[in-house]
Design a protein. Structure first.
Length: 583
């Protein structure tokens, strides 16, 4: 692109031109939690983050946008606000107040330096250890660096990858068992018995399962639009390193084994359009520029969805409409025809405002509004924002395993928590009496209901709301005598309120927990197994079987399905086994 064609953003302040100022970002108009941050000291050694947030926002009526301790069980933390007025109010309110018999103090906190600029300055220091690591990275080509960061196991035989992941899942279960043993002493005898049977583990660990297709398996990728490592060429791909590591360069995707060729070809065709555009790519350092990302989705039906995203900056409605028209024309009549796009969207991705809100829209440009995917002989609509497992063939293994562990029948009601577009619940529907799905994203519930109609499923109901808010009400709707819950939460895990509601549900005898981050799931699993108390009402739910499923070949990620049952049911089953063995 010629420099004369680059569109300048008038609202960017002059101070941002200082490439060596790690605090220049504070002068931008977009919101950052670092602008209005305070430091709160005097906290007790042990406290719940949730209850402290409640104390700040509900008891003291302070409008925090972020509360974060530097590390766990710290006696001080940071709290951020949306403007100076809110921050000043917080400091005057908190100073001298008592919480849990501890006197609190509050003061303005120094903002953190921009990690990119900070790392850039460190790279100039020859004595800095990071500089040596940076030099080693620079010796690799951009393609190699992208491959190492996205598919780090690319050069390891797949059988060895499975062995590594099996070993890691065993280590995770070992840690989980140790924590449950520590938190619930009443389970000591049962835990000893389990560990003697399962080689030191709390439950049976089956062999890892995987799909036959191990390359080109990803059906969704979010690609970054940026510059190559020299900053001379526009490219659509993945970052070669993180922002905090001092790089915003983007590397190519051609050598990545987990992306299907159909998707790679479409991205290269889209890249040609971006290169010819008069608008520059977005720069994450100074927030100038426009083109940001492309999301691509493919399906077994040979459908392709492209969502092309840009930061609109100060562009007028007419200018944005002109851009949409150019994109539409390119893919309908130009070079873009070769991509065979089934569904085309344009997305605006605005940065956070001073009010702390993210802006943006998704506009349908041409083709179908949704693409279709086939999973376990059922057809699913996939909309731009819908969650769908990124590895369809492995998702079939995942869901078959969940059904196998649940072992439902017509007298069972399945509770599908965090149901998304209803894929798990609908796949379960033919094996149980009824399905009740919960999801906080209303569009996802709309898709779930449409998917039920499309597949002639009549025993499913889907409800909009946060699981922690509506779970108790939904549970009361079932007429079945017994409930099995399937939980497939995000990486952060299940909200504690939702977890407590599951513990409380007397009809709930079995729970299938699908952990996309098994280590992070330990906290939920320990809470489910805690002894009965005023807070943890209902019998503990303990793990009895675990099955790893490799959803992400050539990466270090692995999903783990854990089957939990009420402790009384498990102990009764153990007694039967002991009697049977004695005979």
């Amino acid at each position: 692109m010629d420099e004369s064609e680059t569109v300048e953003i008038p609202q960017i302040k002059e101070s941002l031109k200082d490439d060596n100022n790690p605090y220049a970002y504070l002068d931008r108009n977009d919101f950052t939690s670092e602008k209005y941050k305070i430091e709160i000291r005097g906290l007790p050694k042990h406290y719940g983050m949730g209850e402290f947030k409640k104390f700040l926002n509900e008891k003291l009526n302070l409008d925090t946008c972020k509360v974060k301790p530097p590390k766990k069980n710290n006696s001080w933390l940071y709290a951020s606000f949306r403007n100076e007025e809110s921050r000043s109010k917080a400091i005057s309110t908190i100073n001298g107040i008592s919480w849990k018999n501890h006197k609190l103090t509050a003061q303005v906190a120094k903002p953190a330096p921009d990690p990119f600029i900070k790392r850039k300055l460190e790279q100039g220091d020859s004595n800095n250890k990071r500089s040596k690591v940076d030099e080693e990275d620079k010796a690799l080509s951009p393609s190699e660096r992208v491959r190492n960061s996205t598919v780090p196991l690319w050069n390891i035989p797949y059988t060895e990858q499975l062995e590594l992941k099996q070993k890691e899942m065993r280590g995770t279960l070992l840690k989980m068992g140790q924590q449950i043993s520590k938190e619930n002493k009443s389970l000591a005898k049962w835990i000893d018995l389990q560990q003697s049977v399962h080689h030191g583990l709390l439950c049976e660990l089956q062999e890892i399962r995987s799909a036959e297709l191990i390359k080109g398996y990803r059906n969704k990728c979010e690609f970054t639009i940026g510059k190559n490592i020299e900053g001379t060429e526009t490219i659509i791909g993945f970052r070669i390193s993180s922002y905090a590591a001092g790089s915003t360069a983007v590397g190519p995707i051609q050598d990545l084994c987990h992306i299907p060729q159909r998707m790679k070809s479409a991205i290269m065709i889209c890249e040609e359009f971006i290169k010819k555009s008069k608008y520059d790519v977005f720069n994450p350092v100074d927030h100038r520029g426009y083109w940001k990302q492309v999301t691509a989705r493919t399906t077994r039906c040979d459908h392709l969805m492209l969502i092309i995203g840009m930061n609109p900056q100060c562009l007028s409605v007419d200018e944005l409409n002109e851009i949409k028209g150019e994109i539409r024309d390119y893919f309908e009549n130009g070079k873009g025809l070769e991509a065979r796009v089934t569904s085309l969207y344009f997305q605006t991705i605005s940065l956070r405002s001073a009010g702390g809100q993210d802006g943006g829209t998704i506009d349908h440009l041409s083709g179908r509004e949704c693409i279709q995917e086939i999973l376990l002989d059922m057809t699913f609509r996939v909309s731009p924002e819908a969650f769908f497992q990124v590895n369809t063939m492995a998702a079939e293994i995942l869901y078959k395993t969940a059904i196998e562990l649940a072992n439902p029948n017509s007298d069972i009601a399945l509770l599908d928590v965090c149901c998304g577009t209803g894929t798990i619940g609908l796949c379960f529907s033919k094996f149980c009496g009824e399905v009740l799905g919960l999801e906080m994203v209303s569009n996802a519930i709309k898709n779930a209901r449409e998917n039920a109609i499309k597949n002639d499923v009549t025993n499913c109901e889907f409800f909009v709301g946060k699981a922690e808010d509506i779970l108790h009400t939904v549970i009361q709707r079932t007429s079945k005598s017994s409930i099995i819950a399937v939980v497939d939460p995000p990486r952060a895990g299940l909200h504690k309120t939702a977890l407590l509601a599951l513990r409380r549900a007397k009809k709930l005898k079995k729970l299938i927990y699908i952990a996309c981050d098994p280590k992070a799931a330990i906290r939920n699993l320990v809470d489910l197994a805690r002894p009965t108390s005023k807070q943890y009402v209902g019998e503990p739910l303990v793990p009895i079987k675990a099955v790893p499923v490799d959803m992400f070949p050539y990466t270090k990620h692995c999903e783990l399905i854990i089957c939990l049952e009420r402790i009384s049911v498990v102990q009764e089953h153990n007694k039967e086994l002991i009697v049977s063995n004695d005979r």
